[in-house]
Ligand binder design. Structure first.
Ligand SMILES: NC(=O)C1=CN([C@@H]2O[C@H](COP(=O)(O)OP(=O)(O)OC[C@H]3O[C@@H](n4cnc5c(N)ncnc54)[C@H](O)[C@@H]3O)[C@@H](O)[C@H]2O)C=CC1
Ligand SMILES: N[C@@H](CC=O)C(=O)O
Ligand code: NA
Length: 430
């Protein structure tokens, strides 16, 4: 039976995502009420610029005092789509203390302070949901937390940043310049307020920390995630990738070590074969592979950024949290019981594509090969192109640890015949 007293929702932030949340709450009000079992009412909207026209939002709901809104005491659910660490963190904490549950899209905050926020939510018997924080519309948090709760996840590999995938795709397919492609991604609402978070890999690293934590039932902090952005990827890298039958993607990779006792999480550009399903993920789309003992390989694919897709995930959480409130329950909280060791990048084992500028004279190839052998890194293929006494040497290795590869590169740089290391790229997904 439908409850007539509405559940009250406070919306914090009315930008790209917030405005879409408000729109869907209004246009789908009847369906949402039917699915929840009670109407949901937008009770207040905290904004920074109150004079801005906001279609469909009555002016009397708009306030610049977000703190007063979350302290009202009659709010059932606070939807935080401001972004950033503060004031979002204080507002969420205050919301729990004043009786509300919280839905957030804020990966930066969840990756940094998720454990503390879960603890406050738990103390107050409230929900903290954040499906939108990882890969926008794609259901990923809930499948990992709930659908795969009976399985053992070993690996999560994916494209989790729409902006960088959009840029890399444009650079690869149209030869567009980096800045031109970034400007377009920003105009389309994909990029973070500061796009450095996207292009330097911080956004993907935050998502990797959240995913690894849930997948491995282990607390993984943002600082535990190795991070390289994509600003150094060049047209020459794309050309090398093509020669290998690959393309380049910014990947988030969370892995359980073979002995099962430790995990790693990393974000960096990598070559992947064109035959791999991730190679055909275009534009701002995201896709995530999950490999588990019993399920085998699962792939989640869809729009990972943009106002409406992200609002879809926020609304899904809103419905879940409202249902929990009506039935007097809460959903699953943090699960970190496994407490596995989170290892550094040196422990990661993968393949590498290394491009060296060398002197084009007899014995160089043998010298270079010796350095690889001395560091226990086995060479798969070598390709050489020479002109005017200089040559470029492209070495692709078999699987080796990042520590061994690092040592190899350091020793290569010391060789007189090696003029420079033009690029090092990991090769994944084979
Ligand atoms: N745009 C996207 O594709 C996605 C965004 N997200 C996350 O959603 C959140 C919001 O992102 P967007 O809507 O894109 O950002 P946005 O910058 O478009 O919107 C944020 C809004 O919050 C307002 N704001 C900032 N401080 C405030 C305060 N103290 N009180 C009231 N309002 C305040 C800003 O004026 C702005 O309008 C972020 O955490 C972001 O990481 C998550 C997935 C996808
Ligand atoms: N800036 C992010 C938005 C979603 O999380 C992205 O580009 O993926
Ligand atoms: Na999601």
């Amino acid at each position: 039976m439908m409850r007539t007293r509405p559940l009250k929702v406070a919306l914090l932030g009315c930008g790209v995502v917030g405005s879409e949340v408000a729109r869907i709450m209004t246009t789908h009000a009847d369906d949402l009420a039917a699915r929840i079992g009670a109407p949901v009412e937008l009770a207040g909207v905290a904004v920074r610029r109150p004079s801005k026209a906001r279609e469909g939002i009555p002016q009397e709901l708009v306030t610049t005092d977000a703190t007063a809104l979350v302290k009202r005491g009659d709010i059932d659910v606070v939807v935080e789509v401001i972004g950033g660490i503060e004031p979002a963190r204080s507002l969420i904490t205050t919301a729990f203390e004043h009786g509300a549950s919280v839905v957030s899209a804020n990966k930066a905050l969840l990756a940094q302070d998720g454990a503390a926020l879960h603890a406050v939510a738990g103390q107050h018997g409230k929900d903290l949901y954040y499906e939108a924080a990882v890969a926008g519309a794609i259901p990923l948090i809930r499948p990992l937390r709930e659908s795969l709760a009976g399985d053992k996840v070993n690996r999560v590999l994916g494209i989790v940043n729409g902006t960088t995938n959009f840029i890399l795709d444009k650079m690869d397919s149209t030869g567009a310049g980096y800045q031109e492609a970034l400007d377009e991604a920003t105009a389309l609402g994909y990029a973070e307020a500061d796009p450095t978070a996207d292009v330097e890999g911080f956004d993907a690293a935050a998502k990797a920390a959240i995913l690894a934590g849930i997948a491995f039932h282990t607390r993984v902090r943002l600082d535990d995630v190795y991070r390289e952005g994509m600003t150094e990827v060049t047209a020459a890298d794309f050309a090398s990738a093509k020669e290998m039958g690959c393309t380049i993607k910014l990947l988030a990779i969370c892995e359980r070590a073979e002995d099962g006792r430790s995990v790693t999480a990393r974000v960096h550009p990598a070559m992947i074969p064109l035959s791999h399903p991730l190679a055909s993920v275009r534009g701002a789309y995201n896709a995530v592979f999950v490999e588990s003992d019993a399920s085998g390989q699962l792939m989640f694919y869809g729009p990972g950024a943009g106002g409406a897709p992200t609002a879809s995930a926020v609304l899904g959480d809103l419905v879940a949290v409202c249902r929990n409130r009506l039935s007097g329950t809460t959903g699953p909280g943090e699960s970190a019981y496994a407490a596995l060791t989170v290892s550094g990048m040196g422990e990661v084992v993968t393949r590498y594509h290394i491009s060296l500028d060398v002197a084009d004279k007899p014995g160089v190839l043998a010298q270079v090969a010796t350095v690889f052998a001395e560091h226990g890194v086995s060479i798969d293929t070598v390709r050489q192109q020479g002109k005017d006494g200089e040559a470029s040497l492209v070495v692709v290795t078999h699987r080796a640890s990042d520590a061994a590869l690092g040592g190899t590169v350091e020793a290569l740089r010391k060789l007189d015949t090696v003029r420079g290391v033009a690029s090092i790229m990991r090769v994944e997904g084979e």
